[in-house]
Write a protein that binds this ligand. Structure first.
Ligand code: 5RP
Length: 245
């Protein structure tokens, strides 16, 4: 089994200045996997913005033809800003490749996602893509999911208080995500709420995902298990590509 321990020295907080450059370079490498004519899913978050910029550069310099399906208004606006052609699952229900970020990555390339609140659409794009490529900086590598970030759940607003109570009984503190730049709860692009569940390190994320998903009112769980085909990890020294299997 793969372990991150030999890389952990590269990920101390003192090295944070390298993070943006590491993300940009990892995105540049991941974007090289996009082929001519591809339908490309775009996840959300700051790292995906680098992928959008790099893809737009390839479209301009190589005359690459792509059709992009964004997972959020954030990334739709970024794609439009750089002139990437956008589309939807109505035109293209099957995607060739999806490029996405993540909040945590374990040694089996399982992910915690949803820091940007776009987990449901991201999971839909990922699960309908032939290839799902994830781009992160080295600080996102963890031994166990849940150790550095809560597990986000997109939930029906009607069910949120009851779900909070039930989740707290089983998994630990659950907080309704609050907006910044807006008072009150974050509304997802689907008009729902996010509950962040502070589980701590998960021994069996598969079991947790199944149990959370079964609760009525839970629309999606921010655990992406067995989905990523490749993860591009940006370090200060360069980019490491990890493949599943
Ligand atoms: C959005 C996500 C993002 O991919 C995740 O939060 C990572 O974001 P960033 O690249 O900004 O660190 O899951 O729902």
């Amino acid at each position: 089994m793969r372990s991150w321990s030999r890389w952990s020295w590269r990920c101390s907080p003192a090295l944070e200045a390298w993070v943006e450059e590491a993300r940009r370079r990892a995105a540049e490498e991941a974007v090289r996997a996009v082929g001519n004519g591809d339908v490309v899913g775009l996840g959300s978050g700051r790292t995906v913005v680098y992928a959008v910029e790099q893809l737009a550069r390839r479209v301009k310099t190589e005359n690459l033809k792509v059709s992009c399906i964004p997972s959020s208004y954030q990334i739709l606006l970024e794609a439009l800003k750089v002139g990437l052609p956008t589309s939807s699952l109505y035109e293209h229900p099957e995607l060739d490749i999806t490029l996405d970020g993540a909040d945590e990555v374990d040694a089996e390339l399982n992910l915690t996602k949803g820091g940007g609140g776009a987990l449901t659409r991201e999971k839909i794009l990922a699960s309908n893509s032939k290839r799902y490529l994830v781009i992160v900086d080295g600080r996102k590598l963890v031994e166990r999911l849940g150790s550095t970030k809560p597990i986000p759940l997109e939930v029906l607003p009607f069910a949120a208080p009851a779900l909070k109570r039930r989740l707290e009984r089983v998994f630990g503190r659950a907080e309704l995500r609050e907006g910044s730049g807006k008072l009150g709860p974050v509304l997802t692009d689907n008009g729902n709420f996010i509950l962040d569940v502070y589980t701590g390190p998960l021994e069996n994320p598969w079991e947790v995902e199944e149990r959370m998903r079964k609760l009525p009112g839970v629309l999606e769980v921010g655990l992406f298990l067995g989905m990523a085909h490749e993860v591009y990890v940006g370090f200060k020294e360069g980019v490491k590509k990890l493949s599943r299997g």
